[in-house]
Ligand binder design. Structure first.
Ligand SMILES: Cc1ncc(COP(=O)(O)O)c(C=O)c1O
Length: 422
């Protein structure tokens, strides 16, 4: 590889996909927790982190929890999902979006993805309500920090009397029609996992405008203790509250959210400009109505420029071809140079655990296809592949998007990617 032109040396320190970026105030708040001995799930950092989240996002209540997954679990419980209930869920997302449905005994039914924002396709959602008219809960995520078609999704939910849970774990700070993601769901969730736009090392929050719901989650997340002199329990409880130490980090990070977004946006734009002559596109967004937080920059390779790539359950093979490339070749090449990319999140309907669940495309109902399908060319009536999620999974990848990557390092990453197409 790269025989004719300048050889690059591997990066001395790893270029990460997206790693934590600390600034200093975080440590002060952690120290404060230590020095005042609020080393628990109560304390000023928790109160302040919740206040900052409400102020930034524009919701009335934020409940600080141990993880975004815990927030989604509490959201599913608030929505009243019962064993055997079907719940419509985003398909191309991280499994934490959908697992909480199963914690409550619900059955996820996956809704295909659209090409404009790589999120839940409103047309497929509408189709799903035709096929399963009794569904009362929808869980939708904003992938990679790009707002989905949330207005349309909301109005479809309203028309069918369904509650909307918004998974804004990856999209904190992103807006749709000027409004922050995290305010569109009947209940919403954010995450402070170590790879997110701001982090507590872990942690998450449930967001709502409903005081009673916020109080319920505060109670459930602290073992559902009743107001009694002893441990009194009428409901099932959870140990889901955020620690005051973690909250100190979150509290310190909030002031840097906009700075991180600006850095991520610059990274996205540099990739877009630097790769413009290749047969690739960046992950798209609705520029008229939305402003992503640009958490991860991604690429989609044009179909004609894909070399052959076949993925099994846990292995992959590809055949290099002049003028063409594939996500695996690019990811393996980046890894050789000590840079971390990642495949697109593999759609849920293709995950072994969810393979037997329902899956709805805008063309109608389908079940997961076999792996042979992954490399195949099954087309819908509009000439496009039936399953948008698998098509993006096959051709797309997440690029190193760490906000500590220098311009020079990114230029080298761009050059490495270009040479994969030589
Ligand atoms: C889309 C999405 N939903 C939910 C989560 C879960 O958040 P957490 O890791 O804080 O539990 C994550 C990330 O981890 C995510 O990317």
């Amino acid at each position: 590889m790269f025989s004719q032109r300048e050889q690059f040396k591997p990066f001395e320190s790893r270029i990460w996909l997206s790693s934590p970026t600390m600034h200093g105030p975080e440590l002060e708040y952690v120290k404060e927790a230590y020095e005042t001995n609020w080393m628990s799930t109560v304390g000023a950092n928790i109160n302040e982190a919740e206040r900052l989240a409400c102020e930034k996002i524009g919701c009335k209540y934020a409940v600080a929890l141990s993880a975004g997954t815990a927030a989604l679990h509490m959201a599913v419980k608030l929505a009243g999902v019962k064993p055997g209930d079907r719940v419509f869920c985003s398909d191309m997302t991280f499994d934490a979006t959908v697992n909480p449905v199963v914690y409550e005994g619900g059955i996820p039914v996956f809704i295909d993805t659209e090409y404009d924002t790589w999120n839940m396709d409103p047309a497929a959602l509408e189709k799903a309500f035709e096929l399963y008219p009794n569904v009362k809960v929808v869980v939708t995520a904003h992938l990679y920090g790009t707002p989905g078609k949330i207005d349309e999704i909301r109005s479809i939910c309203a028309r069918h009397g369904a509650l909307l849970i918004e998974d804004a774990a990856e999209s904190l700070g992103a807006t749709y029609k000027g409004r922050q993601t995290g305010t569109f769901g009947d209940v919403s969730a954010i995450s402070f996992n170590g790879n997110k736009i701001i982090t507590g090392s872990s942690g998450g929050m449930l967001l709502t405008d409903d005081k009673e719901e916020a109080e319920k989650v505060r109670k459930w997340s602290t073992q559902a203790r009743e107001n009694a002199p002893w441990y009194q329990h009428e409901e099932l409880g959870y140990n889901y509250r955020m620690s005051n130490v973690i909250a100190g980090i979150v509290r310190g990070q909030f002031g840097f959210l906009e700075e991180h977004i600006a850095q991520k946006k610059a990274i996205y734009e540099r990739y877009r400009d630097g790769l413009k002559d290749l047969p690739v596109k960046m992950n798209p967004f609705d520029a008229e109505n939305s402003e992503p937080n640009f958490w991860l920059s991604c690429l989609l390779i044009e179909e004609e420029a894909m070399c052959r790539q076949v993925r099994g359950e846990c292995d992959v093979l590809y055949k290099p071809e002049p003028g063409k490339s594939c996500p695996t070749e690019i990811l393996e090449t980046l890894a050789q140079y000590n840079a971390e990319g990642r495949p697109i999140w593999k759609p849920m309907h293709m995950q072994p655990i969810y393979r037997m669940n329902g899956f709805v495309t805008r063309e109608g109902s389908g079940r997961a296809k076999t792996n042979a399908y992954i490399a195949g060319g099954v087309k819908g009536t509009d000439g496009r592949p039936l399953d948008v999620g698998m098509n993006i999974f096959q051709r797309g990848l997440c690029l190193p998007s760490d906000n500590k990557m220098t311009v020079e390092q990114q230029d080298t990453v761009i050059e490495i990617i270009k040479r994969c197409f030589d």
